[in-house]
Write a protein that binds this ligand. Structure first.
Ligand code: B12
Length: 458
């Protein structure tokens, strides 16, 4: 029985397949992760006494019709959807479909795209409201008194200053066995548990959108994160966790304290995170390794200083060299992220980036195609640097939606992007290194799947 005033809530992550995400046939390689934003909101709403369910359509393999059928049979009072720029077209179709059959359902849309383009999101989807920014606090207020908000079509979400005040994400509402990491992104267990320890980032890289979490970095306490780790170990028997913060090592002392706790309490997990090359040092990396960190993903982006300056990355090539060397020396694998088709880039400069990736010789390198998402400085200034397509469905970082003036056309961007994977991965030294690292049948399978994925990109 629901309490008085309680609602039947359905939160939806709209359908998109892994192949669509990469605009390529990459096969059954995994790559789904729990939608933590919805899971946080679900946890908060459960505490309020609402009856909540989540449909993570990509993980469940649901298409539009499956979602609509579910809505038909469950008849929720409130439906909330996440919109990314890549998925706004689907959110539009889905919400129009829902509103056609159920005009009375309260429908809200949030997430990065809704935050960046609230008015157009409202118009396209026909939703009752669009929420800008963080939803965890404000969704409670809205459902407490929908009448009060009925006139406000665009609602600004309250920023969560004290992240420890949030309950842990309601993972029990999600198909946890469907979350499998990509082959080269796990060590011990393909069943992925993703976690976030902070929100916000003080840097101003021009390709990144600051509208959602802002510049103000806020972290959870070490104690709160350790409790969540123990919780997921207990509930899901997990042996591996990936941290998806933009900058996990933002606060050095936090990282050291966190590692000390993992070590002191004998918490045996393999973990990985994202960082910046100028926010690590050997001593800290050694401690991270001792605490179970096996892989760090660095945004290295380019092999030419001017290209880095054009995106206001605030790093130098030497910082990348130093960080990669220190990370390897600490015994942690390095994943390097590189961008092709940056503002000011020519195919020759892209070759410099590819050569730099080879020089650094990270354990894995990912090359994505620069995508000026709306809400970023790069989007606003795109016409200064090249030609930009506005087909948002193609904004997935694997399509040349932006062609810098230094390139002839999209085909040339695609050719260089393929070339990057080919030159990096099909080097005899790289192949030998990977083969020598194979220790178990699991390692072998991971490598074969990873190879299939790289071939998919080619
Ligand atoms: C983890 C992650 C992934 C994971 C999992 C995605 C998932 N299921 O959530 C994986 C690796 C699968 C992934 C894939 C992609 N991702 Co991604 N991802 C992230 C990352 C790093 C963290 C997301 C997260 O957990 N945030 C923490 C939670 C708490 O926040 P949240 O999800 O934003 O939710 C809050 C608010 O947005 C809001 N909210 C969200 N939904 C709703 C709904 C309602 C009704 C309301 C009221 C509020 C609300 O309230 C929430 C709580 O405060 C973000 C970057 C970032 N820092 O957020 C990029 C990010 C979301 N991804 C992005 C992109 C582009 C992609 C891909 C297209 C890239 C690709 N080719 O792989 C795909 C598309 C995937 C898809 N399924 O559609 C972009 C989106 C940009 C944009 N303008 O839309 C981001 C912002 C990164 C970037 N490049 O700038 N991603």
């Amino acid at each position: 029985m629901r309490e008085a005033g309680a609602m039947k809530v359905l939160l939806i992550f709209p359908p998109i397949s892994v192949d669509e995400r990469y605009s390529k046939k990459v096969g059954d390689v995994g790559g789904h992760l729990a939608p933590l934003g919805l899971a946080y909101m679900a946890a908060v709403l459960l505490k309020e006494g609402h009856e909540v369910s989540i449909i993570d359509a990509p993980a469940l393999g649901y298409g539009m019709d499956d979602v609509l059928r579910n809505v038909e049979s469950t008849r929720p009072d409130f439906i909330g959807m996440t919109a990314l720029t890549t998925t706004i077209g689907r959110v539009e179709n889905l919400s129009r479909g829902i509103k056609k059959d159920h005009p009375d359902v309260l429908l809200g849309v949030g997430g990065p795209h809704a935050t960046i383009m609230p008015d157009s999101t409202l118009k396209r989807t026909g939703a009752d409201f669009v929420l800008v920014g963080e939803g965890d606090i404000t969704i409670v207020d809205i459902l407490r008194d929908p009448g009060k908000y009925a006139m406000k079509k665009v609602i600004i979400g309250k920023r969560v200053d004290d992240l420890d005040s949030l309950p842990f994400p309601a993972r029990h509402l999600l198909p946890m066995r469907a979350y499998k990491a990509l082959p080269n992104t796990y060590k011990r267990s393909p069943y992925a548990i993703n976690m976030i320890i902070s929100r916000g980032c003080p840097f101003s890289c021009t390709y990144c959108c600051k509208d959602l979490y802002g510049y103000n970095y806020r972290a959870r306490s070490v104690d709160n994160v350790i409790r969540e780790i123990k919780h997921v170990i207990r509930e899901y028997n997990t042996t591996e966790i990936s941290f998806w913060d933009d900058l996990f090592t933002m606060k050095r002392q936090w990282v050291l304290d966190f590692c000390d706790r993992l070590i002191e309490e004998g918490i045996d997990i393999a973990w990985s995170c994202y960082s910046r090359v100028n926010f690590v040092d050997y001593e800290m990396l050694r401690k991270m390794k001792a605490a179970g960190c096996w892989n760090i993903f660095y945004g290295i982006e380019a092999g030419d200083q001017r290209l880095l300056d054009n995106i206001e990355k605030g790093i130098t090539l030497d910082m990348s060299r130093k960080a990669v060397k220190a990370t390897k020396a600490a015994g942690i694998e390095v994943r390097g992220s590189f961008m092709i088709a940056l503002p000011g880039e020519t195919p020759e400069l892209a070759m410099k980036t590819i050569r730099f990736a080879i020089e650094l010789d990270a354990d894995y390198s990912q090359f994505t195609i620069t995508t000026p998402f709306p809400g970023t400085k790069l989007y606003r200034e795109a016409s200064k640097w090249g030609r930009l397509s506005k087909k948002f469905d193609e904004y997935n970082e694997w399509n040349p939606v932006f062609v810098p003036f230094g390139y002839k056309n999209e085909a040339e961007v695609r050719r260089i992007h393929r070339e990057a994977f080919r030159r990096f991965y099909f080097r005899p030294t790289y192949v030998t290194k990977r083969v020598l690292k194979i220790r178990s049948p699991g390692d072998l399978i991971r490598n074969i799947k990873g190879l299939r994925m790289i071939l998919g990109f080619n």
